[in-house]
Design a binder for this molecule. Sequence first.
Ligand SMILES: [Zn+2]
Ligand SMILES: [Zn+2]
Ligand SMILES: [Zn+2]
Length: 393
Amino acid sequence: MNYFEIRELPGKGRAMIATKNFAVDEIIFEEEPFVSHQFSWNIAYGYAACDHCMRPLETLLENVRRLANNQAVMVPLVEHDPTAAWFSQFTQCARCKVRYCSEDCLVEAQKRYHRVACMGAFRADDTHPINVLNETWKKMHYPPETGTIMLIVRLMAMYKQSSNKTEFLEQLQSFQALIVNREEKIYHKMLGENFEQQMEQLYAAFCNAFKDEEFAMFTTPDAFKTLMGILGTNSQGIATSVLAQWVNKVSDLPLSDADKESLDKVIDQLYAKVGDFAGEFLNNEGSGLYILQSKINHSCVPNAQSTFPYSNDIVVLKALAPIQKGDEICISYLDDCQLERSRHSRHKTLRENYIFVCQCPKCRAQASDPDITSDEEEDDDEDMDDCEEDNME
Ligand SMILES: [Zn+2]
Ligand SMILES: [Zn+2]
Ligand SMILES: [Zn+2]
């Protein structure tokens, strides 16, 4: 039972409206993605995640040692390693050897897309058209990653395997609402300065990988641009980490103040060690499309937040503030750091990334603020490290 409805609001379009009151921290809904995929470079660098749900596939020690590039690093309290509970369930596709956290994920992947998507022995063949497409993408989109063409590859496999293609296409189309005719900005954002030329290369590689007649409706130039637009405007970042999950677990242990203090010190040292080698790239990272979650509008004063408490791709929407029956439920498309910036800076980011002008209460209240981006904010890109928020809950 869901306690919200999706409604058209005059002058605003589609919105999610609460149909009961929610208290702070109350769960509004949980949702599995329509499709998700780990980022291409993230996979290439050996970040180990379930090919279906992105749950980490390393023990805590393996994770920390790989991230620190040091096999001697020790971790205390390994009895709280969150992977210990799942480790015996790890499995893989017998044909292509992609790995899963459980038989359930393998079966679900087979059922929805992997019968088609499985590349068998060709998984390691650089000349396979899917690998060529992925490499073409990787050369255009270096870390930090915000998307992957492999999400579109998975969508194609889902389409081919789907027993109800009309329903699949309707669901896919439900992601299009954000796309108006300023798509170029999105491509620019995803592919950088030479996006026109890169779009052409990517499109050629895409057509080569999906030559079959049954994909004809996706391989027109317009359809490809639409798929890229969906990827650019609707995808939600997903980050999973066995280290972060372990930190959450041990931080909740009933310890004496002295023990807590020394544990905090150990955790800080661990993060310093992994940070020295892996930098900001600590997590398994990917993105997904969520049918419900993508219907939620942005506000610079959000009353809800998307969280990933299970360390997989299931999104849990939680109330950040009390929500009354009849209120619109909003999340922020900006991170905490971006939210603190001036109205002008927020609007610039939202316009470039999501193609809309924010009319939230905060923006309306600041409507008379001067339209300048302060020097401090112009310089922010260099200081972003200070602001990087971990996605983990
Ligand atoms: Zn899984
Ligand atoms: Zn396979
Ligand atoms: Zn706003």
